[in-house]
Ligand binder design. Structure first.
Ligand SMILES: Cc1cc2nc3c(=O)[nH]c(=O)nc-3n(C[C@H](O)[C@H](O)[C@H](O)COP(=O)(O)OP(=O)(O)OC[C@H]3O[C@@H](n4cnc5c(N)ncnc54)[C@H](O)[C@@H]3O)c2cc1C
Ligand code: FES
Length: 252
């Protein structure tokens, strides 16, 4: 269950252009988090909380890693939090990726773009520990934004794509899907146009997609995060029902 918690900043460093890796300490979050969940962070000087995915958990040492891009005043202010300061967050928030129904002999594909990459790392490490074979495609704008390539390589075959071709394969994540081995299920996180392209690419596969579009209240009240669904209800809220959905459940 999500709780309001205080997390201590243990380290913070820039690992790629405008991209921060921050390690936080908190017992409750490390005990309860599952891959695909996020922290809803209150940042000094900002009324609305900012959602940031959990990128890794070290249960023994009660550490949580988050990776975020400085895109505006909230994330820039968060990047300036010094070691030893405390971060106020609601968490672990969101539903997370379904993983327990997956037999250990399966092979899966992770597909991430930009700030959608972080939750897939936590997912990949968890699945690998479960005995699942992991393959990854990660996409970035250009070379200087690439992060966690080596970390994903430790999990399995990894393909890096840059939009401008300055590193790895050139183009979009969907341009390298022919390179990967046959897989049983995919998990994807990234901007909506990327998720749309990914679901179109694999119409017959079981897939789960996670949305990182803008959120407002984060508690189901403002409808800023509504997404169209294929069922009778017609819509769901990313903040309450997501951020993860079955690929065939939503229309992007
Ligand atoms: C469930 C979830 C998980 C997320 N996980 C991560 C993560 O792990 N790492 C990470 O870096 N980011 C993540 N994000 C996105 C992150 O929440 C936003 O980047 C952040 O809230 C921006 O705050 P800001 O104050 O810096 O920018 P603002 O000052 O609020 O905005 C600056 C500019 O960026 C645009 N913008 C704001 N939010 C988004 C967004 N979500 N997508 C695209 N453009 C946006 C605004 O329209 C504006 O032009 C996640 C979002 C969600 C919903
Ligand atoms: S963010 Fe307000 S309803 Fe989802």
């Amino acid at each position: 269950m999500m709780k309001k918690e205080s997390l201590e900043v243990m380290s913070s460093r820039e690992i790629a252009k405008e991209t921060i890796e921050m390690v936080l300490k908190n017992a409750y979050i490390t005990e309860h988090a599952v891959p695909g969940q996020f922290l809803h962070i209150s940042i000094v000087g900002h009324t609305l909380r900012r959602p940031i995915s959990i990128a890794a958990i070290n249960q023994k040492e009660q550490l949580i890693t988050i990776l975020f891009k400085k895109i505006g005043s909230g994330t820039t202010a968060l990047a300036a939090y010094p070691v030893g300061s405390s971060v106020d967050a609601l968490g672990p928030s969101g539903n997370g990726f379904p993983i327990h129904d997956l037999p250990t002999d399966k092979r899966i594909l992770l597909i991430g773009g930009g700030i959608g990459v972080p939750p897939l790392y936590y997912l990949g490490t968890t699945l690998k520990a479960q005995g699942v074979e992991v393959q990854t495609i990660i996409g970035f704008q250009s070379k200087e934004y690439v992060f966690y390539e080596e970390a994903f390589k430790q999990l399995g075959e990894t393909y890096v794509v840059t939009n401008d071709g300055t590193y790895g394969y050139a183009g979009y994540v969907t341009d390298v899907v022919n390179e990967v081995q046959a897989f049983d299920r995919y998990y994807s996180c990234g901007p909506a146009p990327m998720l749309q392209a990914v679901t179109k690419e694999f119409p017959k596969k079981v897939g789960y997609i996670s949305f990182e579009e803008r959120m407002g209240c984060g508690v189901g009240a403002c409808l800023a995060c509504v997404i169209e669904t294929n069922d009778a209800a017609g819509y769901k809220k990313i903040c309450q029902d997501g951020p993860v959905f079955a690929a065939n459940e939503v229309s992007i």
